[in-house]
Design a protein around this ligand. Structure first.
Ligand SMILES: C[S@@+](CC[C@H](N)C(=O)[O-])C[C@H]1O[C@@H](n2cnc3c(N)ncnc32)[C@H](O)[C@@H]1O
Length: 258
């Protein structure tokens, strides 16, 4: 086993995999995942809604001609990974995946199953180091052409909001006009039923890794400064492109660089 993989403490990528019904998790992940569910019974629905949002957005962007995707905080391979969704619409789509969890690295082969016309690559890197991510992405993607930057459920692991904004700014500053920023993020906002996240996140931060934080609607919206928000704007990710769906306590939005 990779000696970076710890089985004595729950890891986010593995617990997320557990909530999505996957098998790439350990007893400690399942125990913490069940405890979090006891505080926030809707958490499994959040994970499924987040993946469904990814599917709708990537399908739509590929349909609109986007051919390059940078998916930071990829998670363990699951059904309908970004390249599978994008290449179903555009077989020549190029995808760079980034995660810093050693278990995602050990499963990365399942993400490298590109169509012959396209490309997929995996980078073992930390979101706190956007310059390194840009350098690695630039070896696979043409950063003179539009890129969709996906950060789904990951800025919540950058605890300082100014630093999270700075990471987004650095990434988007290197992308040309016509690029997109796609984000999801948990919240405590009662409008989305987020109150259950408070106890769940406190429990998480005492028992699992990496530590997590929630953000308000205003903080989430600020990540899109300088971009044009598409579609319904900032909504529960469950409702983005599916207005009739029940809300989950996870914001979702897509911005376009003018
Ligand atoms: C909640 S999961 C979301 C997975 C996927 N994006 C999705 O929406 O289904 C968050 C992922 O971000 C990764 N992650 C957390 N902190 C990170 C960091 N600082 N740098 C890179 N990846 C990170 C975790 O390992 C995990 O795979």
């Amino acid at each position: 086993m990779n000696d970076r993989i710890r089985t004595d403490i729950a890891h986010n990528a593995r617990v997320w995999n557990y909530w999505l019904g996957g098998k790439d998790n350990y007893p400690v992940d399942r125990a913490v995942g069940d405890q979090v569910t006891s505080f926030h019974p809707g958490i499994g629905e959040v994970a499924r809604a987040d993946r469904a949002f990814l599917g709708r957005v990537v399908t739509g962007l590929a349909g609109d001609g986007v051919r390059q995707f940078l998916d930071i905080g990829t998670g363990l391979p699951t059904a309908d990974n970004t390249h599978e969704v994008a290449q179903r619409v555009a077989p020549d789509a190029r995808i760079v995946y980034v995660d810093n969890d050693p278990i995602v690295l050990t499963h990365a082969r399942a993400l490298l199953t590109s169509s012959p016309e396209g490309v997929t690559a995996y980078v073992d890197a930390d979101a706190h180091d956007p310059e390194r991510i840009l350098a690695a992405a630039g070896e696979v993607l043409d950063l003179e052409r539009p890129v969709a930057v996906l950060m789904l459920g990951i800025l919540n692991f950058v605890l300082d909001t100014d630093e999270a904004r700075s990471i987004v700014r650095t990434l988007m500053a290197s992308m040309p006009s016509g690029s997109h920023l796609v984000l999801t993020h948990p919240t405590l906002e009662p409008e989305l039923g987020g109150e259950g996240n408070r106890k769940a996140m406190a429990f998480w931060n005492e028992n699992a890794t990496p530590p997590i934080t929630a953000r308000t609607r205003e903080e989430f919206t600020s990540f899109f400064d300088g971009l044009e928000l598409l579609g319904p704007g900032v909504v529960s990710c469950a409702r983005w492109g599916a207005p009739e769906a029940a809300a989950v306590a996870q914001f979702g939005a897509v911005g376009r660089k003018p």
